[in-house]
Each structure stands twice: as structure tokens, then as C-alpha cells.
Write a protein that binds this ligand. Structure first.
Ligand SMILES: Nc1nc2c(c(=O)[nH]1)N[C@H]1C(S)=C(S)[C@@H](COP(=O)(O)O)O[C@H]1N2
Ligand SMILES: [Mo]
Length: 197
């Protein structure tokens, strides 16, 4: 990587490459455990916790929600970053339009098929680029990268971007998810190097 590439600034004035990160070519596959077996006919997306009514979407219903395309960089806590990802999917705001949050809802726990969980503040999910992605760089997500649906939260370390996501639980307080209980930072801002706590 050239000096130029490491010093590039983003429009908001932050370094494009967060401290302690290096650029990778290709796209590493990283997860705990094995790839869950998912069948679209029985797939459901559940919303529960601090909502007026719990809700459950079939694949057909979820896939019919409003879609967007986003272009961004991803940063794994193990120090690789991958620039220039095009994601297509359902923005978090489109899910919000389908549910009524209780006013006490301030945090979320993302739940994945296979048992993985990760916690994110609601305000972070409401940022513009956050989405439930179904496609990456023009192709359907591979099983290893989270098919049929993965979260993409580009402003936090990539462990917050739950693959095989199957539900969201809304909470009034922050609670550690899977990696967070094993010492990963509760929030995970790459520009502050919030890797471990
Ligand atoms: N369900 C699930 N999602 C997960 C993980 C996991 O173990 N299980 N690992 C996280 C971590 S640590 C990273 S870096 C990214 C890796 O995504 P990728 O394999 O598509 O690069 O997925 C995140 N999402
Ligand atoms: Mo990671």
C-alpha cells in the first residue's frame, strides 16, 4: 500500500483507513462456528422486545421491503479493511417503517441463525448506510458471507455486521452480545480503535 493510500481523507475529514488497519485484496471469510443451514421457506425475521407488537416476516415479505444500494468500506477488528463494497438490500429505515418502537427502546441485539448475537445502539442502526444486505458487488451473497441476509454497519468494526441475521430484539439498555462477552469492545468504533475492552 502506498503512503498516499494510507493518508487518504474522507469527506468528513477522518482518515479513510482507520488506525492500525491494512488494506486487503479479496474478501476474507470470518466467523465463529459453522455456516448455518437455512431454508428460505422456513426462514423468518423476528422483531421483539420493546416494540408495540412483535412481528415476524417471511422471506417473501422481507424481500418486498424498500431497497437501496450503498457504497462503503469495511473494517475488521483483526486489522483487515476492504474498500469499495457495493451493497444492495433493505435499509434499516425501511424495517423501522414496519414496526412501532416503544419510547424506551434505545439499544438493539442482532440475532443470527446459528446463535450469534451482537449489540448495537439504536441511533447507530438509524445511520444512513446501515442495511440488511442481500447482494454484494452485484452478486447474491454467498453462504459464507451471510446468505440470505446480513447486516452491514460500515462505521463500526465488522463483527457488528451480523451474517445470517434472523431477528432484532429492542432493549432499553446496552447488553453485550457474543464477542462482546469475550472481551470485544461494547461499541467498536474503528477510528477510536475500540477493539477490545
Ligand atoms: N452470524 C455471524 N455473523 C458474523 C460473525 C459470526 O461469527 N457469526 N463474525 C463477524 C466478524 S468478526 C466479521 S469480521 C464479519 C466477517 O464477515 P465476512 O466473513 O463476510 O468477511 O462477520 C461478522 N458477522
Ligand atoms: Mo471480525
Amino acid at each position: 500500500m502506498t503512503q498516499q493510500a494510507t493518508r487518504e481523507l474522507r469527506p468528513d475529514g477522518k482518515l479513510r483507513l482507520p488506525p492500525g488497519q491494512h488494506l486487503t485484496t479479496g474478501w476474507p471469510v470470518l466467523h465463529y462456528g459453522s455456516v448455518p443451514r437455512i431454508d428460505l421457506d422456513s426462514w423468518r425475521f423476528h422483531v421483539w422486545g420493546l416494540v408495540e407488537e412483535e412481528k415476524s416476516f417471511t422471506w417473501e415479505q422481507f424481500a418486498a421491503l424498500r431497497k437501496t444500494t450503498e457504497f462503503n468500506d469495511i473494517h475488521c477488528v483483526t486489522t483487515w479493511s476492504k474498500y469499495d463494497n457495493t451493497w444492495e438490500g433493505v435499509p434499516f429505515s425501511a424495517l423501522l417503517e414496519q414496526i412501532n418502537l416503544k419510547p424506551e427502546a434505545k439499544y438493539a441485539m442482532l440475532h443470527s441463525y446459528g446463535g450469534y448475537t451482537t449489540n448495537v445502539p439504536l441511533a447507530d442502526l438509524m445511520r444512513e448506510q446501515v442495511m440488511f444486505a442481500t447482494r454484494h458487488d452485484g452478486e447474491e451473497l454467498s453462504k459464507e458471507h451471510g446468505w440470505p441476509l446480513r447486516m452491514v454497519i460500515p462505521h463500526l468494526y465488522f463483527w457488528k455486521s451480523a451474517k445470517w441475521i434472523g431477528g432484532i430484539q429492542f432493549l432499553d439498555r446496552d447488553k453485550p452480545g457474543f464477542w462482546e462477552t469475550y472481551g470485544y469492545h461494547i461499541y467498536g468504533d474503528p477510528w477510536r480503535e475500540e477493539r477490545y475492552s
